[in-house]
Design a protein. Structure first.
Length: 212
């Protein structure tokens, strides 16, 4: 990590490994402490491709765990713009509609940007924009249990659909793309979202950058 105007910290790892939880814990606690002006947070999921031109039957067939499912060019463009002190319009995504929504959210330039997502470390052009990267290393069986509960409670899925998607795409794409991308991480965090020591270490590193 360094003394740039905008430092981008990536948090990657398997689906339901706890990326959003740890990213949001760090973000919310630092915002409470330091205010909202200095730190921003972005989810890679906001950059899933728009599929409004496809029928619902076609949308459910998409492999959402393959790098092609994401518009990484747009995410990269947004990180570059933020580094150039320009605001960006973050897309909004619906897991129930499997497509982007019409609205966007404005993100103004920040000294620290936390970006979290499954495939962030797989893309060389994205890696160029990252100043530090963390990989959340939670065992896959734990991720599956967390995903089952979350997707049924929050993403409108049935148990059968979660298991079918997990077997067909989530697990194979983890093994093909996400797991090997761990080699690009600077820090590996076991267990996930409630690893308090990891959250505190990342928070103190961010405080240190902001104090410069
Ligand atoms: N250490 C943990 N213990 C218990 N539940 C957790 C833990 N980490 C995450 N969770 C829960 O598991 C689910 C998936 O976590 P989330 O942060 O959304 O994962 P990701 O962003 O990696 O997909 C959420 O419901 C979250 O609250
Ligand atoms: N329409 C969609 C889009 C994505 N997914 C799944 O979301 C996972 C990534 O999000 P996490 O918060 O879990 O990191 C990914 O594994 C996709 O399978 C989906 O089910 N439907």
């Amino acid at each position: 990590m360094n003394t740039k105007d905008c430092v981008v910290i990536a948090i990657a790892g398997a689906s339901a490994s706890g990326k959003s939880l740890i990213a949001n814990t760090i973000f919310n606690e630092l915002c409470d402490e330091l205010g909202t002006e200095q730190i921003g947070i972005i989810s890679e999921d906001a950059y899933y491709r728009n599929q409004s031109h496809l029928s619902m039957d076609q949308r459910v067939l998409t492999n959402y765990d393959h790098p092609k499912a994401f518009d990484h060019d747009l995410l990269c463009e947004h990180l570059k713009a933020l580094k150039n002190k320009q605001s960006v319009e973050i897309p909004a995504y619906s897991y129930t509609e499997h497509t982007r929504l019409a609205k966007t959210t404005t993100l103004t330039p920040k000294k620290i940007i936390i970006v979290e997502g499954i495939l962030l470390l797989t893309d060389p052009q994205l890696r160029m924009q990252l100043d530090a990267s963390v990989f959340i290393d939670t065992p896959l069986d734990i991720c599956l249990m967390r995903r089952l509960k979350r997707d049924i409670e929050q993403r409108g899925r049935s148990m059968e659909s979660v298991i079918q998607q997990y077997t067909k795409t989530v697990r194979p794409m983890f093994l093909q793309f996400i797991e090997p991308s761990k080699q690009h991480a600077d820090i590996i965090v076991p267990r996930g979202g409630k690893n308090r020591i990891a959250a505190d270490i990342l928070k103190s590193r961010i405080r240190h950058i902001l104090a410069k």
